[in-house]
Write a protein that binds this ligand. Structure first.
Ligand SMILES: Cc1cc2nc3c(=O)[nH]c(=O)nc-3n(C[C@H](O)[C@H](O)[C@H](O)COP(=O)(O)OP(=O)(O)OC[C@H]3O[C@@H](n4cnc5c(N)ncnc54)[C@H](O)[C@@H]3O)c2cc1C
Length: 432
């Protein structure tokens, strides 16, 4: 009797940057891949803020996972959600009630928002992690302008036109810059009762500087660029409370209808599924070859993993780490690598508005327009494989030249955004 030929089965949970990179590397190889995600699309998260501020449309920054692998017969895509892992009988439990057997398992389920124990803030200060989040924030911002146009009470109008971003990391800096440009340049000329002076964009950071992972001079350059756009940057001002229409900080009770949370993330629940040791952000502590300690056939990668870097400190939760780790574990499974994972750091970048950015690459530190051009190129590069690459470039050019936002659509009922309750201290400035 002929022996039954068994191709190894690789189950990948999560089709974000890490899972997708692994699946792409395994496509067309002598393995059967099952790629599971609870969404049917892959999202380029670094560009979510552009959807939230109406510069790009969702389809510009997301693509159906199934379509990415339509020419890879050994990759099967499943729309389902993992809810547990049984390492000792090599099964992943799915929300649909089924379970998936694996020879190799790659967990790449990313991260979610963390409100540092204040989950009750999430209703009034949504975070930005998915297309749904970005659309909800876009709706909130655009509705605030519409309501302000008809609001006759000055204090209420100012609350509608006050936008608070909490968290001074790259997402917070990018979001604050983009809202400031939207408020002061793109929309103000389309309304008759709103003037740029009415809008207030406040960036709150509990620490002593913006962009703490960047060199100090670039943090300062980012702060100057934001101030140039009219953003009020508050450093060392931790948030004490967030509620309906207000943010309470150590220094001010701010009346604001739109608040965006960009202050913290925590890893997905993978550490709970595995009963694994984790770091303070909930990331699974993995071996230097990205395996779960004691389990040779389970890898954890990307934002879900805490992997040691060359200096011994754990690697940052950024897209290049996830992508390189995805490719690395695929190579290990294919038997092409046996050593530990080594991260190649190409630098950090963050953009501020439509023509400024800060970049650190090796010894190179740049800010201003040149940095912005490099940032734009790098982010269009992220879109390889999506038909929208050209569309995004055209949209950006259009926005750049005209200050217009092509995706200023409010969908759904408008009744749910009332004027904010008056919570602020007396107005200090006149807004007409
Ligand atoms: C707003 C924002 C801006 C960012 N900007 C930058 C930047 O400028 N530069 C940079 O390098 N990094 C940036 N990042 C971080 C970067 O996006 C992440 O480090 C990267 O996406 C991590 O990749 P990942 O594969 O680990 O997880 P993700 O890309 O988050 O993918 C996780 C995937 O798993 C799926 N999933 C989760 N749980 C389950 C489950 N239980 N079952 C099935 N599927 C599941 C999710 O749907 C998702 O598709 C940003 C992140 C955000 C949110």
């Amino acid at each position: 009797m002929k022996p039954v030929c068994h191709r190894p089965r690789v189950v990948i949970v999560g089709a974000g940057f890490g899972g997708l990179a692994a699946a792409k590397r395994l496509a067309g190889r002598d393995v059967d891949v099952i790629l599971v995600d609870r969404r049917n699309h892959h999202v380029i998260q670094p560009l979510l803020y552009q959807v939230a501020t109406a510069a790009l449309s969702p389809a510009d920054i997301a693509g159906p996972i199934r379509a990415i692998f339509s020419h890879s017969p050994n990759v099967r895509v499943l729309l389902d959600e993992a809810i547990g892992v049984r390492p000792f009988d090599a099964q992943v439990e799915m929300k649909s009630g089924t379970s998936l057997a694996y020879d190799w398992l790659i967990l790449a389920t990313g991260a979610r928002h963390s409100y540092f124990g204040h989950e009750e803030w999430s209703d009034n200060a949504p975070g930005l992690k998915s297309i749904e989040d970005a659309l909800a924030i876009r709706r909130k911002i655009l509705l605030a302008f519409e309501k302000a146009e008809t609001e006759t009470d000055l204090r209420r109008r100012q609350g509608l036109l006050t936008f608070v971003v909490i968290g001074g990391g790259p997402t917070g800096v990018e979001m604050a810059g983009a809202i400031a440009e939207l408020a002061r340049r793109s929309v103000s000329r389309d309304f008759r009762n709103i003037t740029p002076q009415c809008s207030r964009v406040i960036l709150l950071e509990a620490g002593k500087r913006l962009l703490p992972t960047f060199p100090k001079e670039l943090s300062e350059a980012a702060g100057r660029s934001l101030k140039g756009l009219g953003v009020e940057v508050r450093l060392g001002d931790p948030v004490r409370d967030v509620g309906d229409g207000y943010v309470d900080t150590q220094n001010e009770l701010i009346s604001a209808r739109t608040v965006v949370w960009a202050a913290g993330v925590t890893a997905s629940a993978a550490a709970d599924w595995l009963g694994a040791d984790r770091d303070q952000n909930g990331r699974v502590l993995v071996d230097p070859d990205l395996r779960l300690p004691g389990h040779r056939n389970i890898f954890v990668i990307g934002d879900t993993a805490s992997a040691p870097g060359r200096t011994g400190r754990s690697l940052p939760a950024v897209a290049p780490v996830a992508k390189q780790q995805g490719r690395f574990v695929a190579e290990v499974i294919l038997g092409r690598r046996s050593r530990n994972f080594g991260y190649r750091d190409f630098g950090h970048l963050a953009t501020i508005g439509r023509s400024r950015a800060v970049i650190e690459m090796g010894g190179l530190r740049l800010s201003g327009l040149t940095a912005w051009l490099i940032w734009s190129f790098a982010h269009v590069w992220f879109l390889i494989g999506f038909r929208s690459r050209l569309a995004v470039t055209i949209n950006w050019l259009w926005n750049y030249l005209t200050y217009q936002r092509s995706a200023r659509l409010i969908t759904g009922e408008i009744a749910d955004t009332g004027p904010p309750p008056i919570r602020a201290r007396p107005l200090e400035r006149k807004c007409a």
